[in-house]
Ligand binder design. Structure first.
Ligand code: F6P
Length: 360
């Protein structure tokens, strides 16, 4: 009988609980025991590690579609990879994590994380050398290379789309525009997908250069005097500082365009998990359990271009992305994916009359 651990790290998103639920139930069918580690690596750093056994009796279906993580994702300010690097305590931190995993006598660990956690897991893979490490990708940013989808992305797109749908009614009543700021860090996928879904008149993302005068002209030429301008949080406007939606809003105001800003913020990470995220989380949980059965380690589950869920090595994951240093902790490098010029949504958006910037 195998003993496996699960932890969720980085920012939460909807779909984590479906993944946990499916891992526990799939493992039970194989006769395995599952331990949930609380608060990600914070829980492993604690002595003794913070964990609890997860069973099919306690983890029931009706809660599995709720957002957040039953296991929590970590405490602000506690010892983690970032603080360990900053304070020069990496060796101690790594040793504690490895000891905790050994004390728990785990055969395998399933780490459900974003590009930061997954890149770090590979950079510090010695910690996991006594067990099998299987990663599952989750993030609303959809900025992880090799996988066509990450758990949580579709629900975030749904949340942001609904938010904009509601705003449109008040926008129409007052003949005004709403500049909506989406999350996504320096990746425009969330803004692009939700922007297209809600019918935004303009979508500004960090990967594509845009021209404010062209944006203003586009709005002035619009057949309506209201609508949504979707702005990704990662965009920059030369010579301006502050929140991106505020910067764009000020420009529109000076051009005489009546507008307001709106910040859906963490609402994008909440919301009941949509069906496609539940299916993805279920397929990836199954793939992770099969990977354990097949004695794989240092792998991540992906949804590939042929719609197959399979594993890739963590080394391949890291080398497939663009390596970017954390602005606060430069030693910490993450493997990132971005919207590329050949993304079909860009062309569709332009064909549908959406201002998307200066695409080739
Ligand atoms: O990476 C997920 C994400 O939601 C980003 O889109 C956003 O910039 C960031 O996390 C917000 O982080 P916090 O929850 O710490 O405010």
């Amino acid at each position: 009988m195998k003993k496996i651990g699960i932890l969720t790290t980085g920012g939460d998103c909807s779909g984590l609980n479906t993944a946990i639920y499916r891992i526990v139930h799939g493992a039970a069918l194989r006769g395995w025991r599952v331990f949930g580690i609380l608060d990600g690596t914070d829980g492993l750093f604690a002595m003794p590690p913070h964990c609890l056994e997860l069973t099919t009796d306690t983890l029931t279906l009706e809660y599995s579609h709720l957002a957040g993580s039953f296991l929590h994702n970590g405490h602000a300010g506690s010892m983690n990879f970032e603080t360990a690097i900053e304070t020069g305590k990496v060796a101690k931190f790594n040793r504690r994590l490895r000891e905790s995993l050994r004390d728990m006598e785990l055969d395998a660990l399933i780490l459900i994380g974003g590009n930061g956690s997954t890149s770090l897991a590979w950079a510090h893979h010695e910690i996991y050398r006594d067990l099998q490490l299987i990663c599952m990708p989750k993030t609303i940013d959809m900025d992880m290379p090799l996988t066509m989808r990450t758990i949580g992305f579709d629900t975030a797109v749904e949340q942001l789309t609904k938010f904009c749908d509601q705003l449109l009614m008040t926008a129409r009543s007052h003949h005004r525009w709403f500049v909506v700021q989406s999350m996504g860090r320096d990746c425009g996928q969330l803004a692009l997908n939700a922007g297209l879904a809600c019918g935004a008149s303009a979508i500004l993302i960090p990967e594509i250069k845009f021209d404010v005068d062209a944006l203003i002209e586009h709005i002035n030429d619009s057949p309506t005097d209201y609508g949504i301008v979707m702005v990704s949080e990662g965009i920059k406007l030369r010579g301006h500082s502050g929140r991106p939606a505020d910067m764009i809003s000020r420009k529109l105001t000076s051009a005489g365009i009546s507008n307001r800003t709106a910040y859906p913020e963490h609402y994008m990470r909440a919301g009941d998990t949509v069906a496609t995220d539940r299916i993805l989380a279920t397929r990836m949980a199954d793939c992770a359990l099969n990977a354990i059965e097949n004695n794989e380690t240092y792998v991540m589950t992906i949804l590939d271009e042929d719609n197959q869920v399979r594993t890739v090595s963590l080394a391949d994951f890291v080398s497939a992305g663009k390596l970017v240093a954390d602005p606060n902790v430069p030693e910490l490098k993450t493997s990132n994916a971005y919207v590329t010029d050949d993304d079909p949504l860009l062309q569709v958006a332009r064909d549908m009359g959406v201002y998307i910037g200066e695409i080739k």
